[in-house]
Every structure is written in structure tokens, then in C-alpha cells.
Ligand binder design. Structure first.
Ligand SMILES: C[S@@+](CC[C@H](N)C(=O)[O-])C[C@H]1O[C@@H](n2cnc3c(N)ncnc32)[C@H](O)[C@@H]1O
Length: 267
């Protein structure tokens, strides 16, 4: 799968959006990694690692006796992640440009992790099978992904409705599944994993960075939505402005899509 088919803008702007998303998700991603048993000395793989936000958290959990590889098909994000690792003098991470569709190697890792990646794949079951193959026996696959049905704003807002509609249609137009979260537990069971453990989290707030996510996301899918004739550029710009206004409004309670977290063990 080439980068040109990816729904969300890559490169520097895409990486900046991921920094915000990383801060919004960190309070629930860290406990997931702990529940899945990530611990000192392990070898981990972060698939579709983006700028490496979770890769760096995995690196600190596995410590100097462990190691983490982050792979992503966006060379700009991978280069930025390498720069951040170098600057912070983190020596137990390595970043590679790679496409999940080309395979990830065989039975090498204690933990394979992927956040917000399966939603973009035309064949998520094949993606799961590739990630499972990269696990040692007894290793764990840990995934988190969205179910866009869960996003909401109160009071109801035409801008959040428009964002929802444009996002879902753009994701589907690029071969992705914006509702994949709900399917994750069965995807892992069908891949032969044991002890499959699902949970749901949903960042939301009257204030804070979660409220910025709809505006940031719509800005970053604008090119895709326009290319597929889903919305005009000036219509998207207007909705983005309204979404930023909602983010500033202390009387709007806004939730990003619910996120299904699940891990399972390779027998
Ligand atoms: C929404 S971002 C999430 C990044 C990171 N996992 C995080 O949570 O911060 C999805 C990432 O998956 C990458 N990606 C999409 N399809 C991929 C594929 N087939 N192989 C490798 N990376 C892929 C994109 O380039 C992007 O950086």
C-alpha cells in the first residue's frame, strides 16, 4: 500500500497532529501496555508507529535490557522519530520505513503493538496475521483502534455531524474501516490468539486537547476528502473553524470516537 492512499496527511503536519493525539491517548495507552504485561527486557515492535510516541513509552518500559523497533511507511515521520530518539539519547529504539503489507519478519518479538493502523488497511485480517507471525510463541499482540460511531458533542452540533460524515466517507473511500474498533476482539480470536482481553476507552472533555482532535483530524483529511469529491475545500475550512470554536467553548462537552483496546497471546 503506497502512502498516496493513506487517508490522513503525512509528513510534518501529520506528525504534529499525532503529538496531540499521543498526549490525549497516553493516560489510557500506558495502563493497556501494563495490563498486557510489557516489562523489562522485552523485544517489542510498534507497527505504524508514526512519530514514535508509543515507541518511546515502550522503550522506557522495556529498559536498557530490552529493545523496540518502530516501523511506518511515512519516511518523514520515521526521520522525525529518529531525530527525537537521537536528541533524547534513547539507544534501545530503532525506526525503519516499512509497509506492513510487505511482512514484518518471523517470530521475533515478545510484543507487537499497533494503534490506529488497522482502521486504514483494506485487509485488516491480513494485517493481524502478519503481526501475529512476528510474535514469538507466548508473545502478545496489543492493538487499539477507533469506532467512529462513538464520537459525540453535547449540545448537538452541525459541525461535529459534518466532521463525522466527511471522516467516515473519506475513510471508506480509501479502503479503510472507520468502525473497526468493535471488530478487533474477533479479529484477534480468528487469528488464533488466546486470552483475548478487550476494553473500551473514550477521551472526552469540557476542556483540554481531546476537544482539538476533530478540527485537527478534519484539517488533515481535507486533501483526501476533496480528491474523492466528498466535500469542497471551502466547506471543510468553514467546518474546521467551527470545530475550533467548539473546542474553545467551555459549555460544549466533546468526545473523540471510542477506542477499543485489545490484547491476546500467541499460543
Ligand atoms: C493514525 S497514525 C497512528 C500513529 C501511531 N501508531 C500513533 O498512535 O501515534 C497511523 C500510522 O500508520 C501508518 N501506516 C498506515 N498504513 C501503514 C502500513 N501499511 N504499514 C506501515 N505503516 C502504516 C501511517 O503512515 C501513520 O503514521
Amino acid at each position: 500500500m503506497g502512502d498516496q492512499h493513506y487517508l490522513i496527511r503525512g509528513g510534518l503536519e501529520g506528525r504534529e497532529r499525532l503529538r496531540v493525539l499521543g498526549r490525549v491517548m497516553r493516560p489510557t495507552t500506558l495502563p493497556l501496555l501494563e495490563r498486557a504485561g510489557v516489562t523489562a527486557g522485552m523485544r517489542c515492535l510498534d507497527v505504524g508507529c508514526g512519530g514514535g510516541d508509543v515507541t518511546f513509552d515502550l522503550a522506557s518500559l522495556v529498559g536498557i535490557t530490552g529493545s523496540v523497533v518502530g516501523v511506518d511507511l511515512d519516511p518523514t515521520k520515521v526521520e522525525l522519530a529518529r531525530g527525537d530518539a537521537h536528541q533524547a539519547e534513547i539507544s534501545n529504539v530503532e525506526f525503519r520505513v516499512a509497509d506492513l503489507a510487505d511482512g514484518l519478519g518471523e517470530a521475533e518479538y515478545d510484543v507487537v503493538y499497533a494503534r490506529f493502523v488497522l482502521t486504514h488497511l483494506p485487509d485488516p485480517a491480513a494485517g493481524v496475521a502478519t503481526m501475529v507471525a512476528a510474535l514469538k510463541p507466548g508473545g502478545r499482540l496489543v492493538v487499539e483502534d477507533i469506532d467512529y460511531r462513538g464520537s459525540f458533542a453535547h449540545p448537538d452540533s452541525a459541525a461535529t455531524d459534518a466532521h463525522h460524515d466527511i471522516y467516515v466517507r473519506s475513510a471508506q473511500a480509501t479502503g479503510g474501516d472507520p468502525y473497526i474498533g468493535a471488530a478487533l476482539p474477533l479479529l484477534l480470536l480468528d487469528a488464533g490468539l488466546h486470552r483475548v482481553q478487550p476494553t473500551i476507552v473514550q477521551p472526552a472533555g469540557l476542556e483540554g486537547e481531546a476537544k482539538l482532535m476533530p478540527a485537527l483530524t478534519l484539517e488533515n483529511i481535507k486533501a483526501t476528502a476533496v480528491r474523492h469529491g466528498i466535500a469542497e475545500a471551502d466547506e471543510i475550512d468553514r467546518v474546521v473553524d467551527e470545530l475550533y470554536a467548539l473546542a474553545r467553548d467551555p459549555r460544549t462537552y466533546l468526545a473523540i470516537p471510542r477506542v477499543v483496546q485489545v490484547w491476546g497471546e500467541r499460543p
